[in-house]
Design a binder for this molecule. Structure first.
Ligand SMILES: *Cc1c(COP(=O)(O)O)cnc(C)c1O
Length: 414
């Protein structure tokens, strides 16, 4: 890609940006002087669509006006999100459902898909996985009566490297695959921003006779996904990061069609019960076929309403166009950092196909002070110990001019 260090170049890119109009649909937080902050933390909490409050108040008003008589609308409320979610993750509509929070869903899916035996009991995860995932994996292993010490396998970067080599995942599975029950990887690592080759890892896992699931917290809405075609067994994600659903908004799950009539372990609840017979209130559990059968409780309507607002916008923008802009926007950030602050080390892979929108930059000396100074001047990035600043320009609402201003600000602070 051809870039230039002139600020005018960034302004020209914004003029040519076919997604530029999408930014107007979001509320951008302001500095004290009324100017917009530069918000690069959409990988942590996505910004609020302006339409979200209308979506939420519509349901609040129905509740006020109708009480329980509004229930016909709320009972299948999660279904409002199914089609757009399926498009985003590349699945059939009965392979996905929006429900619960992410870690809760990882537990529910491990209950069904982690069935350790004496000879096949290990769970392979990426080293440096998000702590919640590790806690979940460890507690599942203990729950099944196995020892985390010998049952968790972490594949990490080699010495003096920051990201994980695909060949190392491959050789582990080829050599030790017989003892692996489950591979549970991120789609995109939250710390380094590295994208894993989901399609290839899935093939390797299946070749080893193991089940494979993904935590797509940083994948969904960030990189294109084809979960059905890639033959992924299961996946889960949250919706408050890249999907802009709002704090605490329910996440989603994918369960491949081949488990449509799943008969294994499952923690059941009435929302997973066949819809035809659910309200007969009978004791026998006959699950809905497909992903909806994993539901336990009735849907949190207000949070889902706000997610409906953002999914409408994401659908309008389209993942293909988002990804195209994202590669350019993050490529531009990488270019400017190399030009303006060559002393800063970027941990994220340099190859666009191995990263999403985030760059993780490592500042060993006075990183914390620089981070504080950025925050104080309205540059919303985040800090991860011991020395990393995560910067995530998002194609939905960030501009090339913001990227230029950030790189220029960082240069002045270094
Ligand atoms: C954000 C994130 C979580 C958060 O889990 P919740 O259950 O939604 O609180 C878990 N795992 C990963 C990889 C994340 O990025």
């Amino acid at each position: 890609m051809n870039f230039s260090t002139e600020r005018q170049f960034a302004l020209d890119c914004d003029t040519d940006d076919s997604l530029a109009h999408i930014r107007q649909k979001f509320s951008i937080p302001e500095r004290e002087d009324g100017s917009s902050v530069i918000y690069f933390s959409g990988n942590s909490l996505g910004l609020s669509p302006k339409s979200a409050s209308d979506f939420v108040f519509k349901e609040m008003d129905s509740w006020a006006a109708k009480g329980v008589l509004g229930h016909n609308r709320w009972r299948p409320f999660h279904e409002n999100l199914t089609e757009s979610t399926a498009r985003l993750v590349g699945s059939k509509s009965d392979e996905v459902v929006v429900m619960n929070a992410l870690t809760v869903n990882l537990h529910l899916l491990m209950v069904s898909f982690y069935s350790p035996t004496k000879s096949r009991y290990k769970i392979v995860i990426e080293k440096g996985a998000f702590p919640s995932d590790r806690y979940a994996v460890e507690s599942q292993i203990i729950f099944h009566g196995f020892d985390p010490e010998t049952s968790i396998v972490e594949i990490g970067p080699r010495k003096n490297e920051h990201t994980i080599r695909h060949e190392d995942i491959k050789s582990y599975l080829e050599e030790e695959g017989e003892s692996v029950a489950l591979i549970m990887f991120g789609g995109v690592n939250y710390y380094t921003g590295q994208v894993f080759d989901i399609k290839s890892i899935t093939q390797l896992a299946h070749g080893a006779g193991a089940v494979v699931g993904y935590d797509l917290a940083h994948g969904v809405g960030n990189i294109p996904l084809e979960l059905h075609h890639w033959d992924v067994d299961f996946a889960a994600w949250c919706s408050y990061k890249y999907l802009c659903g709002g704090p605490g908004c329910p996440g989603g799950i994918f369960v491949h069609e081949k488990y449509k009539n799943f008969q294994g372990n499952r923690f059941a609840g009435w929302w997973g019960q066949n819809k035809e017979t659910r309200f007969l209130m009978e004791p026998e559990f006959t699950p809905i076929t497909g992903a909806e059968g994993w539901q336990i409780s009735n849907p949190p309507v207000f949070s889902m309403a706000s997610l409906m607002a953002s999914m409408e916008i994401i659908d309008l923008a389209g993942m293909h166009a988002m990804r195209e802009k994202s590669e350019r926007l993050t490529g531009y950030l990488e270019f400017l950092l190399a030009e303006f602050t060559p002393e800063v080390e970027i941990l994220t892979p340099g190859n666009a196909s191995e990263r999403g929108c985030q760059l993780s930059i490592s500042i060993p000396e006075n990183g914390r002070e620089i981070f504080n100074a950025l925050r104080a001047s309205g540059y919303i990035v985040d800090w991860r110990e011991p020395q990393v600043i995560r910067v995530a320009p998002k194609p939905l609402y960030n501009t090339f001019a913001e990227v230029w201003d950030f790189a220029d600000k960082l240069k002045s602070l270094m």
